[in-house]
Design a protein around this ligand. Structure first.
Ligand SMILES: CC(C)(COP(=O)(O)OP(=O)(O)OC[C@H]1O[C@@H](n2cnc3c(N)ncnc32)[C@H](O)[C@@H]1OP(=O)(O)O)[C@@H](O)C(=O)NCCC(=O)NCCS
Length: 191
């Protein structure tokens, strides 16, 4: 069967949300991955869908920008990835991942992380992040925290807390202010 992967349109949003509710359940936004998507914007051109005539939207994937650690190493969060229960196990998930990862590499992205089932994602090369190297802003089973290098060696510098870019910028600015010298007018020295 040939599967056509297309860039998602704004008009696909309601059907995508419905698909995510169907596959992950209504409590899906409680997951730690969602803390990385709140206030963040999916990478343009990397939100992909599959559609079938007479069926509608059958699968969806998206990728989100992240900053890792004090160095602010750039990475992508893969997910959510979902395939309609009636269309699973025919290669749609793999086609969405492969297309998304190829496009991400072509755009110059170097590192992708995700929280998910290791046996599934290992099929496209994801591995477990060494325990303790990367921390997410919420609880995560370390066995499910996975990475894929799109550029060799990209994981090595990625150490510490993972944040959406806007949050990283806020914290960096706050820290810069904290350490900036305070100039007092008419200061007198008292011994
Ligand atoms: C996980 C999911 C995205 C896979 O998509 P899909 O289109 O059905 O998968 P594919 O057709 O590309 O691959 C199917 C293969 O992966 C295997 N597989 C599917 N889900 C798996 C999982 N969670 N763990 C391990 N293997 C899995 C299937 O057994 C099948 O194996 P086979 O090729 O040896 O027969 C889809 O089942 C889904 O949306 N599930 C619910 C949401 C979810 O759990 N998403 C993310 C996983 S953390």
């Amino acid at each position: 069967m040939s599967i056509t992967v297309e860039v998602a349109l704004a008009a696909d949003q309601p059907a995508t949300e419905h698909l995510l509710d169907l596959t992950f359940g209504l409590s899906r936004s409680a997951k730690t991955s969602y803390r990385l998507r709140e206030g963040n914007t999916a990478i343009e051109g990397l939100s992909l869908v599959t559609c079938e005539t007479g069926f509608g939207l059958t699968g969806a994937i998206s990728f989100w920008p992240l900053k890792i650690g004090e160095a602010g190493i750039d990475a992508l969060l893969l997910g959510p990835l979902a395939v309609h229960p009636d269309r699973q196990n025919i290669g749609i998930g793999r086609a969405l991942m492969r297309t998304g990862l190829d496009k991400a590499k072509a755009l110059g992205h170097r590192l992708v992380i995700l929280v998910g089932d290791a046996p599934y994602y290992a099929r496209v090369g994801f591995k477990k992040v060494p325990h303790g190297q990367i921390e997410l802003p919420g609880p995560v089973d370390p066995e499910r925290l996975l990475y894929l290098e799109l550029a060799e060696g990209a994981l090595a510098l990625a150490k510490g807390l993972v944040l959406p870019p806007y949050r990283f910028a806020e914290l960096s600015e706050r820290d810069a202010k904290k350490w900036a010298p305070v100039f007092r007018k008419n200061a007198t020295l008292t011994y």
